[in-house]
Design a protein around this ligand. Sequence first.
Ligand code: IMP
Ligand code: MG
Length: 171
Amino acid sequence: MIPEAELKAKVKELGERIRNDYRGKELIVVCVLKGAVVFLSDLIREIGPDVDVKLDFLAISSYGVSTKTSGVVQIQKDLGTDIQGKDVLIVEDILDTGLSLAYIKKLLGERGPKSLAICVLLDKPERRKQPVEVEYTGFSIPDKFVIGYGLDYAGMFRQLASVCVAEPIDD
Ligand code: IMP
Ligand code: MG
């Protein structure tokens, strides 16, 4: 669906926007594990040294290996830093129903950050159940299950360099 070169160009563009918005400031970049790690590692290098980037990680789960989001959200790993009074950017692979990011935004918002923004690589607007305001979006995509560039199917295919559509196998 999205070849490597297009991903690279878009991540560069997002990195530039983030750099311009947070230049000279400290920014706590919160990576939502595990899907966002590939995107995050490219993104922070495009943000570059003009922003004082600090990393932290959050893991949540929505249950099951099904390609349908169950909507059950739980924290598996919490942040290691206090974000009170800090500028915070949540980095996520994909915004689908919105349940995960709505939950994460509320959770982190309650901790009193100075600002809280969201950056997603992919957005499937047709699937939204809960509205979520996102400051930085890479690509809006149709309602297809995608893998690669960090995104998985049952834990597999995260290492693919491009974003690909996972086709169900009929038996
Ligand atoms: P939401 O809570 O429905 O917005 O779901 C977001 C999470 O569901 C993402 O962080 C992914 O882990 C997963 N997800 C949603 N759509 C896809 C997809 O097409 N491929 C892989 N994972 C997906
Ligand atoms: Mg995920």
